[in-house]
Design a protein around this ligand. Structure first.
Ligand code: DON
Length: 620
């Protein structure tokens, strides 16, 4: 352990200080303290549960379980982990604004959902400032290192490796953007000091966080991967030790203690420089070089987030604000909504007349998805590096053209929609924040696949992303799986890989009324659209909207994925219209928040990922 670590270790259940030392602890000392804390926690938990049972004290005060719709008057945060939602709600209660809450939630997610997102990754944030009546989009997506040229990736470069070099190891990581983005947002638009906003995340490192069903699922999937490639146990020994309980299956009542506390404390003290300069930057560059990558301390020092103008469109008497390129999600979401509105006009019918999740409804929305995804694959990339025809893709003429091809009795051949093919993904986190004053944040962050590149920075416990895999490794020619992808998304130094992340706000009468988004690779787009439609068209609460059965079609591969309920209900009829129906497990994980017409705020966190929203009430 090079520099410092926790000097105080606090118990999460009772807030009790378990160890105090004026010396900084080493990683092995931390691991020893954690072991004894685990035992203590087991005992405390039993005592605590007994007390709560006998005196009737609820264990969560401000948190709302996934299926219910608790209402708040002051603010609401819906993240995919209860402790992250609670971190954001606490900061709102302490007088922070929605940006402070978003920054606190994001840093907390880095601690409690390390397989999905975090300080080694990147993200997008869409913000509505109700006072100024202004929407902003913050892009803190990872960028390709200066030496990351296309020839380092693709079939030839991958030969002899168990997985592509864009997926595991040093070459997989883009320059992380999360810390720069969050510090920028806090400085430009936040109200509270960064130090205060980071406090909940730092406390979560110290107290540890109870393992949930999602953590267990992620652990067993990752251990299976390490089993399959035995050399990974050696290459990624730190991942195993610090994030996978040393390979021991998590048990009920276990807690995860994130090793990120020391670096979060540095950021609290020195802002982004605590990460992008000095010993942290040097350690990141060193571990990447050792793992065969090219990301340097200069790349880190040069990283800056970018403020962009959000994409904007009218939908049902509201304005939708969503993420522009390098996200593909915003364009695909708007194209889908446009196609659906055109279809309604042309057919003289309404989506509401079709019944929620009926075969007719799934079919029409799927047709809209197929067009949007075909365009995504062909045209989209980082618009700072390639020309993306955003205006043409979102023009009303083009929407009419797409809707004109819809037939209710059958779907079309895949070739009628486009020419290129997409790949699939698996890590990421979305959260939504609304406050009483009309402000809102929709934020989606990722390290790409579960546990990213598997590379962990030894001294600081930072888990590095594998966002380089969001580039097309073999542009214009079939890759190892026979899939084709567009050159618009080829690797290029400094460029950002195309993303499906779709943080989206709906603004009505100057107030953010919905904040939605999702995780799940390309399924982000279809899940975000369904979350929005479930609320706007079908009048569902955010909790019901995120829980409802979902479907997904990304044009290629040519298959319509249906969750079990939906397959049972509409599968046969959809097959009859020519869809290649496949049953799927949970499709993406989506979060949402809504402002009701009476001003009450509600959140919904996807039960598929054990999420739970939190909020607070204004004092009367
Ligand atoms: O930016 C993207 O589109 C991907 N890196 C997202 C990956 C993802 O959502 C994985 N899922 N759970």
């Amino acid at each position: 352990m090079a520099e410092k670590s926790w000097d105080v270790v606090v118990c999460g259940d009772c807030g009790r200080r378990v160890s105090r030392s004026s010396q900084f602890l080493t990683v092995s000392e931390i691991l020893r303290v954690r072991k004894s804390m685990r035992l203590l926690h087991r005992i405390l938990r039993i005592v605590c549960l007994q007390c709560c049972f006998w005196i009737g004290v609820p264990l969560f005060v401000a948190a709302a379980p996934g299926g219910e719709s608790v209402k708040f008057t002051g603010g609401v945060v819906a993240a995919d982990h209860p402790a992250a939602s609670a971190a954001g709600a606490r900061i709102l209660r302490e007088g922070g604004n929605v940006v402070d809450a978003a920054v606190a939630t994001s840093f907390a997610l880095s601690v409690v959902r390390p397989a999905s997102c975090g300080i080694g990754g990147g993200g997008f944030m869409v913000i509505w400032d109700a006072d100024r009546r202004e929407a902003r989009a913050l892009d803190y997506r990872e960028r390709a290192p200066a030496l990351a040229t296309a020839d380092r990736y693709g079939d030839a470069a991958d030969a002899g490796f168990p997985e592509p070099r864009s997926v595991r190891g040093g070459l997989a990581s883009g320059i992380p953007g999360t810390v720069a983005g969050l510090c920028y947002a806090s400085k430009m638009w936040g109200r509270l000091p960064l130090r205060q906003v980071l406090q909940p995340a730092i406390e979560l490192c110290e107290s540890g966080v109870l393992i949930d069903a999602h953590d267990r699922e992620v652990q067993s999937g990752t251990l299976a991967k390490l089993q399959k490639h035995p050399e990974y146990r050696r290459h990624y020994a730190l991942l195993l030790k610090l994030y996978l309980n040393d390979g021991q299956p998590w048990q009920d009542g276990d807690r995860f203690y994130s090793p990120q506390g020391p670096v979060l404390k540095r950021v609290a003290e020195s802002g982004a420089a605590g990460f992008y300069e000095g010993p942290v930057a040097a350690a990141i560059a060193a571990v990447v070089a050792e793992a065969g990558g090219v990301l340097t301390a200069d790349d880190l020092q040069g990283y800056q987030p970018t403020v962009r103008t959000p994409l904007q469109a009218e939908f049902r008497s509201a304005t939708v604000f969503t993420m522009p390129p390098p996200s593909s999600g915003g364009i695909a979401l708007l194209q889908t909504l446009q196609s659906l509105e055109c279809w309604e006009r042309r057919s003289g019918s309404t989506l509401q007349s079709l019944q929620h999740n009926s075969a007719d409804y799934v079919h029409v929305v799927t047709e809209a998805f197929k067009h949007a995804f075909a365009d995504r694959a062909e045209f989209l990339g980082d618009a700072d590096y390639v020309s993306v025809p955003v205006r043409r893709l979102l023009s009303s003429d083009y929407a009419e053209q797409r809707a004109a091809t819809f037939r209710m009795d059958r779907t079309l051949e895949a070739a009628s929609y486009g020419r290129f093919f997409l790949k699939d993904d698996a890590g990421t986190s979305h959260f939504s924040v609304l406050d009483a004053a009309g402000n809102g944040v929709a934020c989606t962050e990722t390290i790409n696949l579960t546990f990213g590149s598997f590379v962990v920075v030894p001294e600081w416990g930072i888990l590095l992303n594998n966002e380089m895999d969001d580039f097309s490794a073999n542009p214009g020619k079939p890759n190892a799986f026979g899939l084709l992808q567009s050159a618009a998304n080829a690797v290029q130094p400094g460029k950002r890989p195309l993303s499906s992340m779709t943080p989206t706000l709906l603004v009505r009468d100057g107030r953010a009324v919905r904040a939605v988004g999702a995780s799940g690779g390309p399924r982000i787009i279809s899940a975000t659209v369904q979350n929005l439609l479930n609320q706007e068209l079908w009048g569902m609460t955010p909790a019901a909207a995120v829980a409802a059965a979902r479907f997904h079609h990304q044009w290629a591969p040519n298959e319509l994925l249906l969750e079990a309920d939906l397959k049972n209900r509409a599968g046969k009829e959809l097959e009859g219209r020519g869809h290649q129906v496949q049953q799927s497990g949970g499709l993406a994980a989506t979060q949402g928040a809504a402002r009701n017409t009476d001003g009450m705020l509600q959140g919904g966190s996807d039960p598929r990922k054990n999420g739970q929203p939190a909020g607070f009430d204004l004092e009367k």
